[in-house]
Design a protein around this ligand. Structure first.
Ligand code: FE2
Length: 250
């Protein structure tokens, strides 16, 4: 989320990779640039500092430069359930230390902008994967906990992990579902916790109490890194463990 989150990732990602022996680092980037969308420069900076794949969500095309960039950068995803002619892809497939990996991104429909049915669309995306793609990770970008929990059950046993994003508030419900899918309703935000989900608190309160308030700026201070560590058996694709991270970065 915005500059505070970006700086925290840039400063800590290499240490975290070493400390936890991370093979693949995925981040949701939809709030990267000032809280809305991405710029090519900021994405490339993060890719060169240790981020491997970026997912996104409803804000991904808030900046026009994201449209051209996403056509050329397969490591930046947009929701798979956007209209079929939308630039970019909702799925990245690649190799990590010889293991075939897919990262997928879908967006919920409850209290969210219009999009196609994420349940049906993710089924199509999964069906398109070859059997040798054992490790399969889904970012479900959605507001409603029920929609994300439903997606976890819908995909249990078919993917390695379903992790939620969009609310910016980390949930404490991490678990391995019976079919072997790691699940967490929301990963939480990496950014400033001095405001309201990353935005300046006075600006947001003004927007809730006035019809003429200006657009909110991002907040600063009380920076935390929120994430989850997934340990996945690369032969079977089953999740072995999921551990939440919520680290102060002052
Ligand atoms: Fe979002």
């Amino acid at each position: 989320m915005a500059k505070p989150g970006r700086i925290a990732v840039l400063e800590r990602i290499q240490d975290l990779r070493e400390q936890h022996a991370i093979d693949l680092a995925i981040m949701n980037a939809e709030n990267l640039a000032g809280g809305f969308s991405v710029t090519p420069q900021l994405c490339e900076q993060l890719f060169s500092h240790g981020i491997d794949v970026m997912t996104s969500g409803n804000h991904i095309f808030d900046k026009k430069e994201a449209i051209d960039y996403i056509r050329k950068q397969p490591r930046l995803l947009r929701p798979a359930n956007y209209p079929p002619n939308t630039p970019g892809s909702g799925c990245w497939v690649g190799q990590v230390n010889g293991t075939h990996v897919a990262v997928m991104n879908v967006m919920g429909r409850v209290f969210m902008p219009p999009s196609d049915d994420p349940f049906r669309v993710i089924d199509t995306v999964i069906d398109s994967l070859s059997d040798n793609v054992t490790v399969r990770i889904v970012d479900v970008h959605a507001e409603a906990t029920s929609e994300k929990v439903a997606m976890g059950w819908h995909l249990d046993g078919r993917v390695s992990a379903v992790c939620g994003t969009h609310t910016h508030v980390q949930t404490a419900d991490e678990r391995i579902l019976p079919g072997g899918t790691a699940y967490l309703t929301d990963l939480g935000m990496t950014g400033s916790y001095a405001g309201v989900i990353g935005m300046d608190k006075a600006d947001v309160i003004a927007r809730f109490t006035s019809v003429t308030a200006r657009r909110a700026e991002h907040s600063n201070g009380q920076v935390r890194i929120c994430a989850a560590l997934l340990d996945i058996d690369d032969a079977t694709g089953r999740a072995m463990s999921i551990e939440r991270l919520s680290l102060s970065h002052e």
